[in-house]
Design a protein around this ligand. Structure first.
Ligand SMILES: [Zn+2]
Length: 455
């Protein structure tokens, strides 16, 4: 009888969690596991990567020196520019951070190059299975089940993006439709024809799809059968007003996920939507570093940049990678029962993007939050920061919806008030006609800082 009850409880637990053991480990055991895995990956890179050995030798660190999290914090960080500097060299084209013979590499991907020359990323088949496993946690936590028919509107290419999401959806038993070379209209028709229930994409693209359906195809996307959407690639799905627009457009739950080519799929929002994203702490070690002092922040509510280690990735390891993502710990555990820590509000910005204008710190995501919360404005916007002489200015271009043209002045004044309230800055607002601003397929570049160019 007792066994039966236990089995029933276990079955229920298995329905909630992809990995019931790792996702509910008590905190102290998670930390123990992370430290053990960190020691292993440090030893692995020290033994197999000349790049890492040089870095650690220069810092006077040997594998036996890593005994605590304080020791972990002494391990030098790796920046994207360092990976760029070694690539193109032997073993070609990855350079000497490669920890396995070239023969074992089965996957080539590269970063999108948003911030410069792309970085190459090799993976072995074992690493690729690890990618799928990371994504299985994400999809299961967001309610994907074998009954789902998942549509992937992604141009399968050299970017890792939704490749691993595709394979993970298959792994957990979903039926997967690759929307590869289809254009946006054909993708929408396919979703309609096959009654797909879930899809993945960047917030920008998913919003753009809804607009195309409504304006060019006379299809109301909220009447289609999509009930959940996994967003990645940009912060949008964690920005409340953008999430609301996405959810209203598709009549679907929208979940955020953050990952990166050189890191892996490290975080996810779960169906409890407790206002943040889980860090998958069984597979990743996330540290938050104070941008000014370099101190590791343990307490909730203080923002810093993320230093991350992929604890199990082998071909080109990611050990204390300086991601430049700005995050903060949430103060409460999530209602879903997972014991992994939450980052509050997802990734709130990039350390590179947060900038001082007129002496005030400005995060571009704060502007997006305001623009998308104002009724009558379309989804697109553009921000241009400039400096003429000593005067700094922020120009904000927004698009007004056709049906709201007669309320132009009212909308402009609401936008201006909200921006002043939320960001403490004044903007030169330019109201443009619908569909006049640039559209983006992959990562949007809506924030332009011309001061850097002028220096
Ligand atoms: Zn949760």
């Amino acid at each position: 009888m007792l066994i039966e009850v236990l089995l029933r409880i276990l079955t229920m637990i298995e329905q909630i969690y992809w990995n019931p053991v790792l996702e509910t480990l008590p905190r102290e055991q998670i930390r123990k596991l992370q430290l053990k895995k960190f020691k292993n990956i440090f030893q692995w890179t020290y033994d197999h990567s000349k790049f890492h050995r040089r870095l650690y030798d220069d810092a006077g660190l040997k594998p036996e020196d890593i005994r605590s999290f304080e020791d972990v914090a002494r391990v030098p960080t790796v920046e994207k520019s360092m990976m760029r500097a070694i690539q193109g060299k032997e073993p070609f084209p990855y350079g000497d951070a490669l920890c396995v013979p070239l023969d074992e590499v089965t996957v080539f991907r590269q970063t999108s190059g948003t911030t410069g020359q792309p970085v190459y990323q090799p993976d072995t088949w074992q690493d690729w299975e690890w990618w799928m496993e990371c994504w299985s946690y994400i999809l299961w936590a967001q309610g994907y089940r074998p009954r789902d028919r998942v549509f992937i509107p992604f141009g399968y290419n050299i970017f890792v993006a939704f490749w691993a999401g595709h394979y993970a959806a298959e792994k957990i038993g979903c039926e997967v439709i690759p929307g590869g070379v289809l254009d946006t209209k054909a993708r929408i028709l396919k979703i309609q024809e096959l009654k797909a229930t879930a899809m993945m994409g960047t917030p920008t693209y998913i919003l753009g799809m809804a607009q195309t359906a409504r304006m060019k195809m006379d299809i109301d996307p909220s009447q289609l059968t999509i009930n959940k959407i996994t967003c990645a690639g940009e912060c949008g799905a964690s920005i409340p007003s953008t999430k609301k627009r996405l959810e209203d457009a598709w009549n679907a739950k929208v979940y955020d996920h953050a990952g990166a080519t050189e890191i892996g799929a490290w975080s996810f929002e779960c169906t409890a939507q407790s206002g943040g994203m889980h860090v998958n702490e069984a597979l990743f070690l996330v540290e938050i570093e104070d941008i000014v002092t370099g101190e590791i922040i343990e307490e909730p509510g203080r923002r810093g940049k993320m230093i991350i280690t992929a604890l199990d990735r082998q071909a080109q390891p990611c050990v204390r990678f300086d991601s430049k993502d700005v995050i903060e710990w949430a103060d409460e555990p999530c209602a879903c029962g997972r014991t992994s820590r939450l980052i509050k509000g997802g990734v709130v910005g990039r350390a590179d993007d947060i900038t001082k204008v007129k002496g005030v710190l400005l995060a571009p995501s704060a502007i997006e939050e305001v623009v998308r919360s104002v009724d009558g404005l379309a989804d697109e916007y553009e921000v241009i920061v400039d400096k003429v002489g000593d005067a700094e200015s922020i120009q904000l271009k927004v698009e007004i919806l056709e049906e709201a043209q007669d309320q132009c002045q009212l909308i402009e004044s609401e936008l201006s008030d909200q921006l002043r309230l939320k960001t403490n800055l004044r903007y030169d607002i330019e109201i443009c006609g619908c569909e006049t601003l640039p559209r983006y397929e992959v990562k949007a570049r809506r924030f332009k800082d011309l001061r850097k160019k002028n220096q």
